[in-house]
Design a protein around this ligand. Structure first.
Ligand SMILES: C[S@@+](CC[C@H](N)C(=O)[O-])C[C@H]1O[C@@H](n2cnc3c(N)ncnc32)[C@H](O)[C@@H]1O
Length: 373
């Protein structure tokens, strides 16, 4: 889950003997592959920071920048980030990205339509001789994905086959275009850059989401925005399917309150209080007892006449239950309503306000801090 553990997935230099020549070549590496095994040591030695490319929900660029503030961001794209992580880094938290790749080659300036050329460069030039091609631990099969601006398979089949043959020879893996154990990606982006990468987050089957349930990566991002701390008493009063508290329980906490007006939520963890409750009347929660709220009020209510009392009641109740200095992170499709009502709740300082896109819908994320007044 955590970014810092990705290198452990990578087979590094524990490769079959026939690949031993690459141990020497690995020392010549300039950029991407950083895990090397020195001649005299059996354990891997990390010489440089690994370069990663991760994708996330478009519009969350500022949030991702804040979340990765302690790491070296090279380029922020729309819905993607190129960055380096110290492989010794502590976990930065649970996975906030839809997909993460280890960058094997970065094509820094390409023209539109460069995808076939990028692939030829990797299998035709002496790239394979000079560079180490890592695999995922335990993988036996692979496929090659060629992608141009989210269009998969936009390349001539002969070129694809040549790339597959070269990678199979180099890694000892077997081609499986159906359900392989791992994937190598050639990606062309409209910003005029391209990548040859190994996907670190490939799963053969993805969990199905309930209607209205947030993607776990999105819940993780929202939770990280609240700056989770060990002693936190946490609340999600519009919990729905429970995606946000499920993300929060992956960090240390003191207690988690989860409620929804109609949904029965199941969260398997210690010190989690689950209730059916109206978010505007949280009678089971004491005044000034909550450190962090992260929540996602309903998107579907049509009439402003319903929304305004709900949002007013929510902000009043948040003001009551939050401790001074407590934080509320609210993902909302009703940005204008929040902006209209917030001045009426001067105990909240608006620390940050992000414009985001969730499933193609415009939304806002408000980070509020309760002050002493
Ligand atoms: C957008 S959904 C939350 C989805 C949730 N974040 C998830 O990932 O599954 C909003 C939830 O608010 C609940 N809700 C609506 N009005 C409420 C109220 N007054 N108090 C508490 N919950 C309410 C709905 O039942 C719905 O489950």
């Amino acid at each position: 889950m955590a970014l810092g553990v990705y290198p452990e997935l990578v087979e590094g230099f524990t490769q079959p003997a026939r690949r031993r020549k690459h141990r020497i070549n690995a020392f010549k590496l300039k950029d991407s592959v950083t895990l090397v095994r020195s001649f005299c040591q059996r354990e891997p030695v990390y010489l440089r920071l690994m370069q990663y490319f991760s994708t996330f929900v478009v519009g969350f660029e500022d949030i991702v920048r804040d979340v990765l503030k302690d790491f070296e961001i090279e380029t922020m794209f729309s819905g993607a980030v190129l960055y380096r992580i110290d492989t010794d880094a502590e976990r930065i938290g649970t996975d906030v990205f839809n997909n993460t790749f280890q960058v094997l080659h970065y094509f820094k300036r390409i023209q539109p339509g460069a995808l076939p050329g990028m692939m030829k460069f990797v299998y035709n030039s002496n790239w394979m001789e000079k560079n180490f091609l890592p695999t995922i631990k335990g993988a036996n099969t692979f496929r090659v994905v060629a992608s141009c601006e989210n269009e998969i398979g936009a390349v001539d089949d002969n070129i694809l086959k040549n790339a597959e043959v070269a990678i199979a020879e180099e890694t000892g893996l077997t081609l499986d275009r159906g359900k392989p154990d791992m994937e190598y990606w050639f990606l062309e982006r409209s910003e005029g850059v391209g990548f040859f990468m190994m996907r670190l987050t490939y799963k053969k089957s993805e969990k199905r989401l309930e209607p209205g349930e947030l993607r776990p990566e999105l819940s993780n991002l929202l939770v990280l925005l609240s700056e989770p701390e060990n002693g936190d008493v946490f609340l999600d009063p519009f919990a729905g399917g429970g995606s946000i508290p499920r993300a929060r329980k992956e960090f240390p906490y003191k207690k988690i309150y989860v409620s929804d007006i109609e949904k029965d939520i199941e969260i398997k963890a210690m010190n989690v209080d689950v209730q059916k409750a109206d978010a505007t009347k949280l009678t089971h929660i004491a005044d000034a007892s909550i450190d962090k709220i992260v929540t996602d009020p309903p998107w579907g209510l049509a009439a402003e006449t319903e929304i305004e009392p709900l949002y007013r009641g929510m902000l009043k109740e948040f003001g009551r239950v939050l401790k001074n200095g407590g934080v509320a992170v609210v993902l909302t499709s009703r940005k204008l309503m929040m902006e209209k009502l917030l001045p009426q709740f001067p105990q909240f300082k608006l620390e940050k306000n992000y414009n985001v896109l969730v499933n193609g819908k415009k939304a806002g994320v408000f980070k509020l801090v309760k002050s002493a007044s």
